[in-house]
Design a protein around this ligand. Structure first.
Ligand SMILES: [Zn+2]
Length: 199
């Protein structure tokens, strides 16, 4: 996973997400690189939310169950192509899209163990290249599998990973008249830094 740790998180990176259902693999593939991250895609690309990460390997490779659980769904599903959803209990689910094929024994209700091969990466559905579209759902919310629960960037001491409680939405407050905006600040002049030795 070469693209993890763009801002220094790599030193504290763990390959697992700590969830109420136990640890889940952040990257449940045999070998893959991040080709598209989680979140809002840029405006030129239509600007829509990407609810997972795309883990690409043009040679395909195995896709593994990210944790212990039960198959909730294993079938072709529109743009997801060959799609598997695992229920890990405690409101935690993982979803695997665009698979080339999957184990035909995997049907709804079948028990799977962490690390068990589910099938092979592919490009079924609306994929334009061989990759796994991987989603993690915790308490009904899709989260970023690569960064969920990870320490903040620039942390210099190890931090115990904690489960992040979903933030309750604050009740709407009665609208209050906002103070007038301050006038725009002039852009400060750049300061030329000088080293003590004169260079
Ligand atoms: Zn995707």
């Amino acid at each position: 996973m070469g693209l993890i740790g763009l801002r220094g998180e790599a030193t504290n990176y763990t390959p697992y997400i700590d969830t109420p259902a136990g640890p889940l693999l952040r990257n449940p593939t045999e070998a893959a690189c991040l080709s598209s991250g989680f979140g809002y895609r840029n405006a030129s690309g239509g600007g829509r939310q990407h609810n997972g990460v795309d883990l690409a390997n043009h040679d395909g490779g195995f896709v593994y169950a990210a944790g212990d659980g039960w198959i909730a769904f294993a079938d072709y599903r529109g743009g997801y192509g060959n799609y598997i959803e695992i229920d890990h209990g405690h409101g935690v689910r993982t979803r695997y899209g665009h698979m080339a094929e999957f184990d035909s024994n995997l049907r709804s209700g079948v028990r799977v163990a962490a690390g068990q091969p589910l099938g092979r990466m592919g490009m079924t559905g609306n994929a334009t290249g061989v990759h796994l579209h991987y989603e993690v759902v915790i308490d009904g919310l899709v989260v970023d599998p690569l960064h969920y629960g990870a320490p903040q960037a620039f942390q210099t001491t190890p931090v115990t990973q904690t489960y992040q409680e979903p933030v309750p939405v604050a009740p709407s407050e009665p609208s209050v008249a906002l103070p007038p905006e301050p006038p725009p600040q002039p852009y400060p002049e750049p300061v030329r830094l000088q080293r003590p030795d004169g260079y």
